[in-house]
Design a protein around this ligand. Structure first.
Ligand code: HEM
Ligand code: HEM
Length: 420
């Protein structure tokens, strides 16, 4: 297998400094002064004939006599526990080959998510999640708050780019077969991250409480009703029969509490696995000498990542300024739905699938068809046994091409019929 961190897995990882034996602490770094010698604990006199060994506790301040002068020594004294992690990151390497470009999209998705957190928290200062105030607060952010329009546009555009880049990340890791052993859990955690990202898009869409978002959510939340038990789920999501202010509050709490919590949890696991396994290389690349060398993760790969982030940020600012999203009319549940209601672009393929299955019980079969396809996709690492044996698996490449083609063609068909 062509992983860069075989060494780490094989035990060549930077030697962990042994934790100081309790009561006998050593300076963590050269240059730090020797800690004071611990006072030898006196053996207690046996009570009632039973000998109890003295409890050995670490010195609460092993560095009290330290006179360290360099920042590194100062830092290492205080964050001794992080020293092996930093050493590991310094040694971590990423393989270079002709597909290296695709390995920047995970980091880019992460960047857009961080931007979402920052702009989302700023929007929260003025946004009010109630039927009476949501639209007004949204217009207020756009028109009155200093740079409010920019923050809102950045949030909306970065949401689109986050979804776009997670699609690229998912398909590139699929085609490069990065999901193969031992990274199955990275793919599984990624699949949940993907669903959560789409959940963010869906719940955020209603928050401005404008006409288009209102009716799109009305249509979108109708869909699960066709499967058994679906109506119950829809009732909980909507907080009633229809999309109302109750739904808005629920979408809001999902958007700013539950989804961020879950995503952060899953993302931590995903990123931890990235560190544990390092970056993979396509099947057979190492054996056939197609790895053009290795570059240090820190700072080389990270610096290149940062260039991608800066380009992403420049693109967002450009889109926010040149193509600002419209405010639209306030949602009026009593008015008729405008023509051509459609969801956000990342749901177009599923939207068209429902339309294509327009025969009796068609929507039910469309959901079954879609769910089976999604479960198969999520379980690919366990099904594609050849890839896990480091053998090429063209059948799965073809399956990936079919999924991608269906997605692109259906998305294009909605665009051709409804426009943007
Ligand atoms: C912790 C992170 C986040 C917070 C606190 C947050 C907060 C908010 C708030 C307060 C709004 C309403 C203001 C408005 O409509 O402009 C909003 C809207 C929205 N959010 Fe988020 N958000 C977060 C993350 C995300 C993520 C990760 C996505 C998508 C991937 C996303 C997508 C959206 C969308 C599409 C809107 C509607 C934008 C519009 O049309 O103006 N948000 N968010
Ligand atoms: C919020 C969404 C996500 C974030 C922020 C994220 C972040 C990352 C990062 C930073 C990396 C390491 C760099 C790289 O290889 O690109 C990575 C690797 C990986 N991700 Fe994700 N990811 C996300 C979603 C997904 C999804 C949806 C999948 C697949 C279903 C996935 C599967 C993987 C795999 C298999 C790797 C290992 C790549 C390799 O070493 O070859 N991730 N992810």
């Amino acid at each position: 297998m062509a992983e860069n961190n075989e060494n780490a897995l094989a035990g060549n990882a930077p030697a962990k400094p042994k934790p100081a034996a309790p009561g006998a602490a050593k300076p963590a770094v050269p240059g730090a002064a020797k800690p004071a010698a611990p006072v030898a604990a006196k053996p207690e006199a046996p009570k009632g004939g039973v000998y109890k060994p003295p409890v050995e506790r670490p010195d609460p301040n092993p560095y009290k006599d330290s006179r360290c002068c360099s920042f590194n020594a100062w830092f290492a004294e205080r964050f001794q526990v992080l020293v092996p992690v930093i050493d590991y990151l310094k040694k971590k390497e990423v393989p270079k080959h002709r597909h290296s470009f695709w390995y920047y999209f995970g980091g880019l998705t992460l960047f857009f998510f961080l931007l979402q957190i920052i702009t989302g928290l700023l929007l929260l200062q003025y946004y009010k999640p109630t039927e009476a105030e949501a639209y007004a607060s949204f217009v207020f952010i756009q028109k009155e708050v200093s740079y409010g329009w920019l923050i809102r546009q950045v949030h909306a555009w970065s949401a689109n780019l986050m979804v776009f880049s997670v699609f690229i990340h998912m398909f590139s890791t699929f085609f490069l077969k990065s999901y193969r052993k031992p990274r199955e859990l990275m793919w599984l955690s990624g699949s949940v991250l993907f669903v959560l990202t789409l959940g963010f898009g869906f719940t955020g869409y209603l928050l401005p409480w404008n006409e288009i978002a209102y009716f799109a959510t009305q249509v979108g939340t109708e869909v699960p009703k066709v499967v058994p038990g679906g109506a119950f789920f829809v009732d909980i999501l909507r907080g009633g029969e229809q999309v109302t202010g109750e739904t808005l509050t629920r979408m809001f709490s999902l958007h700013v509490v539950l989804l961020p919590g879950l995503l952060l949890l899953l993302l931590s696991a995903h990123l931890l696995l990235v560190q544990v396994f390092g970056t993979s290389a396509p099947i057979g690349y190492k054996e056939s000498g197609r790895i053009k060398g290795y570059e240090k993760f820190f700072p080389t790969f990270l610096a290149k990542d940062a260039i991608g982030w800066i380009l992403g940020f420049v693109l967002i600012i450009y889109l926010a300024v040149v193509f600002p999203g419209e405010i639209g009319l306030k949602a009026d549940p009593l008015s008729p739905a405008p023509l051509g209601i459609k969801p956000e672009w990342y749901f177009w393929a599923q939207f068209l699938l429902l339309k294509d299955f327009s025969f009796e019980n068609g929507e039910f079969y469309a959901i079954i068809f879609f769910t089976v396809g999604a479960i198969f996709w999520a379980l690919v690492p366990f099904i594609d046994k050849r890839a896990s044996r480091e053998e090429k698996s063209p059948v799965f490449t073809i399956i990936g091409i079919l999924y991608l083609a269906a997605l692109l063609i259906n998305t294009y068909r909605v665009f051709a019929e409804y426009g943007l």
